[in-house]
Structure formats: structure tokens, C-alpha cells
Design a protein around this ligand. Sequence first.
Ligand code: WTA
Length: 665
Amino acid sequence: MPDQDADPELEARLPEGEVFEPPESFVEQANVSDPDIYDEFEQNWPECWERAADHLSWDEEYDTVLDDSNPPFYEWFTGGELNASYNCIDRHVEDGRGDEEALEWVGEPTDETRTYTYSELQREVEEFAAALRDRGVEEDDIVTLYMPMIPELPIAMLACARIGAPHSVVFAGFSADALATRMNSADSEYLVTCDGYYRRGDPLDHLEKTNEGLEGVEHEVSDVVVVDRLGDDGFGHDLAANQTDYDDLVAEFEGAEVEPVPRDAEDMLFLMYTSGTTGQPKGVKHTTGGYLSYAAWTSHAVLDVKPEDTYWCSADIGWITGHSYIVYGPLALGTTSVMYEGTPDYPDKDRLWEIVEEYDVNQLYTAPTAIRAFMKWGKEYPDQHDLSSLRLLGTVGEPINPRAWKWYYTHIGDEDCPVVDTWWQTETGGMMVTTLPAVNDMKPGSAGPPLPGIDANIVDTTGEQVGAGEAGYLTVNNPWPGMLRTLYDNDERFIDEYWTEYSDTDSSDADDWVYFPEDGATVDEDGYITVLGRVDDVINVSGHRLGTMEIESAIVGVEGVAEAAVVGGDHELKGEAVYAYVITEDGYDGDEDLRERIIAGVEDAIGPIARPEEVVFTTELPKTRSGKIMRRLLEDIANGETLGNTSTLRNPEVVEDIQSKVSND
Ligand code: WTA
């Protein structure tokens, strides 16, 4: 059962009790506006999921919607065959929509933009697919894409999908070590990367980091394709013998035609590594039929995406949100998806609003951490722009506090756009808990009810549903098409991580299996779920999921460190920030030099996103009598909270000492 120490805390994030109705003008035009949809899904489960599959074109019709004969290894749309690249591109061209925009790419430099119509996207994808094949990539080979927000990233993803090669995208902000770990875990022999990219006006050297990462790859990497993003601003690296310039390579395949390979519905579309409880990231496996249906269906039902829309999700494609809601969902529906390379504050803090105005964006999907920053910068930035094209707003990644929700609703949506607060995970493939924007009232701070067909419940440690307002654990009872199928090459860990807490793991009856996402939550009398945050050793920094164990192992790898404990402390903008409590080795001082080396160690092992906000040197860590580190207490210290009874500790005297060293600002 979940760790009692990690019991979610209620008070900080409870909604303020206000309710907002969906705007009339939105309801009239919405893709889904009939409240009966919940009953229809429930009464017709699992066949209701045909509605998701109907958003796709199948080469071979499936025979069975759900095969649950071997839980938790569920299979969806079995017997069906399809190709994701065909579904995201070709069929729209065949429908006569080839001249409509598929991708609007906005570079960080304000004068750099690129538009790809569906026909242009098809040509680029086919040429790169031909190039990948020429380099030896075959069906089922895993291709790693270590790329920032440049158009070649979605092009490479779709090119992989076209030839049946699963991709594994590694967030460009991750470190060289993180790249190596992921390539090693997936045995990936092919890599697509780039020379660099811009961050707030400065070029960053990405190829150097790539090369450093490649040194840590244990097997032979046969081919590396390098996109020249920076041109004259580049760093002038020579390409190694196994490295090819993207443009040179593609030029050899000008006009190439590559038939989309029909894939089994259950064939892997991609792997996505994410943080878990242990130090090793988990390779989440998503499939072609179930994942794509689910991404398309939720884009249709929740984001209200229509082919004629211009839709913008401001996430990075290096995370699941970008996979499902920049690339696969929107393109499957044939809409125009905006993709932005830079940060919201460059060259000025109105950059996003300038883009919304310029492109007449209809839906904006972003993260609470960004909204809190906008709020801090002030409403004068959005006020400089005409945002009237917006019809719907969305958030994802972490709990949104009611104040930030209301700011978003008022100053960005002009009180005329529904806000969908969507709870989901890398593992769920798509949204799970959120209001349907034309059906349900909105309650700021609460994500809403589970989507139709999703059987989510808030339970106590014994699996019994908790009463309204009581804190418990979020669980999901029925499978859904977008769910992960396993962890790459590790079925055992898949079961351990997600299914042991609440399932009867000896049973072969699907009803006895319950998915546990490791989030704490409450539910109110209307069935609205408020997600409180992780109850495992995962923290959420600016909507990015980080494993405390991963950070701890990076810190103990630094010379002079004996032991480390990492927790998440509350942070005004980031949601949570990394607090590291460190015991030095004999002969080392907890001084500025060691602090800097610790920070560098974390950045090298994971990336700047995991950088500790505070490093607190201590002689001991608070431990229970059985020797377990009291993380809860360390969290309370980080948050400057009054501590409860510490007498059950083996070493209560350390607490005051640690408290005096933490600056609670
Ligand atoms: C958290 C991102 C509250 C949650 C799509 C989950 C949220 C983790 C919300 C997954 C939300 C995501 N409200 N918490 N609307 N959305 N989370 O895998 O803790 O990067 O388990 O997927 O983010 O993070 P991941």
C-alpha cells in the first residue's frame, strides 16, 4: 500500500468553491456537447471506444475492441492495421486538403517562421523516411531523436512512424548522460540530433552535448543525422564518420515516395522515458492503434479541435504533452498545429500573446507554471494584443491553484473561453480527468470528473472509496486505449510500478486489476477530482517530472558527498523546487565549492531542470527508528512549516540544526 509518510496534504490547494458555466457561444459550436455521452460510454463499454478508433483510417479493420484476457497486458483494436504517418498526413491530402497548413513553426528569432502545408509535410516526411531507410533503419528499430523544437523533430517522428520504426524522443534540455542512459536502455542504434538551437537570443551547442552522450553509449551507433539549425551562428564542429548532415542526406532523396507501412494496432509507435521511483528512467511503450485513437479522440472531445482551427500547445515535444497534443492528436484531426521554438519571455514577455494574435490561435494549451509566470509579469502583456481568436484554454502538468486559473480565465480568455484542467500522465497517453468544455461546469482548482469511459476513483490505502472532501489516492479501474502497454523490455517492473498496490495480481480477471498512477487526490460531492500531487518519490518542477532518486544518485556521485536526500519544496512559480540535503564525507566541507559541484553534477546527470534550488549541508538526516529517512519532515522544513512531533525520530536533535540552515523565502 502507498507510503503513509507521503499522505497528500489537503489545505494548500483546495478550490475556493466558485463554479463557472461553459460559455454559451462555445457550447453552440462544440464537438461534444451532449451530456448523455457519459452514460453512452458507460452502458456500451468497451465498444464505446470505437468512437475513438473512428477518428482514424484503418488499413485493416480491427476484430476486437479490447482483449483483456491477460491483464494487465491489455490489447486494443486487435487485428487492426494502420499507419500513424498516413493518418496524420496522407489522408488529409487525399481529402483535398493538401494546401491547408499542418504546422506553423515559429522560431525563437522573431523573423524566422516556417509553414508546412499537409502536402509539404508529406513530402518532407517521405524524403526523410527514405533517408532513414537508406541509413539502414528497419521496421521495429528504435530511433532516438534528441532534438529541440525545430520542424525536423515532428518530421522525423512521422518519418519513423511511416516506416514502422518506433521513436524515442529525448528532451533536448536533458544532459549528455541522460541521452546515453536512454539510448542504452532502448538499444537504439540510430540518432537524429542538431548542431544547436537558440535560448533567449544565444545559440546553444547541442552537438557537443550529443557527442559527449554518445561516448556513454555502450553499443555501436551506426548513424547520427545532424540538423543544421544554427547556420552561421553554429559552433563549427566537424561531423564524425558516422554523422551526416540532414539537408545533404535528404537532398539525395528529393521527391522520394515511401509507402506508409501498415502496422498492427498493438505495434509500438514510440517509447517515452519518464521518471519513476527508482534511479532508472522508465521506457513507457505506446502503441499505434490505441494511443493514436486516444490522442485523436481527446483532442476532439476536450480541446475541441476542428480541421479549420489553428491550435497551439506550448509544451515541448520532448515530453508526452507535445507528442500527444502538438503532433499526433492535432495532426490526426487535420488541424493546424503551432509549434514555438523559444521561451515565453523572449524577446519580451508578450511573445505568446503576439503569436496568438498573429496566427489567430483558437485553442491554447499550456502549463500552470507558465500561467503563474504570466500572472507575475502582469496583465499589461496580454492586454497589448487582440486575443479574441481564442475559443478554449487548457492546462496540464501539475495542479493549478484557483488564483492562477482565474487569472487565465479572465485575462487570457476574457471570461469567454472554457478552461480545461487536464490530469493525465506519460503513461496514460492522453487526458483522463477533465471537464468536457461544453458539458460540465468548471470549478477552479479541480480538474473535473473522469472523462467518459474512464473509471477513476479516489480510494484509501485499502482500496475503499473515500468520502467527499477526504484525501485519498487516485486509481483507475478499467483499461483505456491510450494506456501504456508495458515498460520497455521490463514487464515485471511494469506490474510492480503500476499494478501491485491495488490489484489482485494472481487473478486473470481484468476486474481485479487496478492502475495506480501514484497521485493523491480528493473528490467532491459532484464527482469532481482535485489532484493534489505525487505520493511517490517523484517531484514536479515546472510541470516536469523528476525522480528524487535520480537526483540523489547524481549528488552522491559528486566527490565529497556521503549521503543525500532530495525532496520537493513548494515554489511560487515552479510549483515545486528541488531541495537537496547533503551529508559530506569526512575531510570535506559543505562550502561553496562543493555546492557548485553538486549543482554541476545534477546538471550533468539530468539537466538544468533538475538543478537544486537549495543545497543544505547537514551532519545527519532525520531518520525513523527503523532507519528510514523522514522525507515528509524534510519537505516540511523546506516549506518552512511548523513541525509536528519529532520525538519518534532516532535523532530528533538534527531537526533544529537543519531548520536553521534552510532559507525559507
Ligand atoms: C501531474 C504530463 C494536477 C500528476 C501530462 C501526474 C497534474 C504527473 C495534472 C504526470 C493536472 C499532470 N493536475 N496534476 N491537471 N496533469 N499532473 O508524466 O502528478 O510528465 O502524475 O505527464 O503530472 O506527469 P507527466
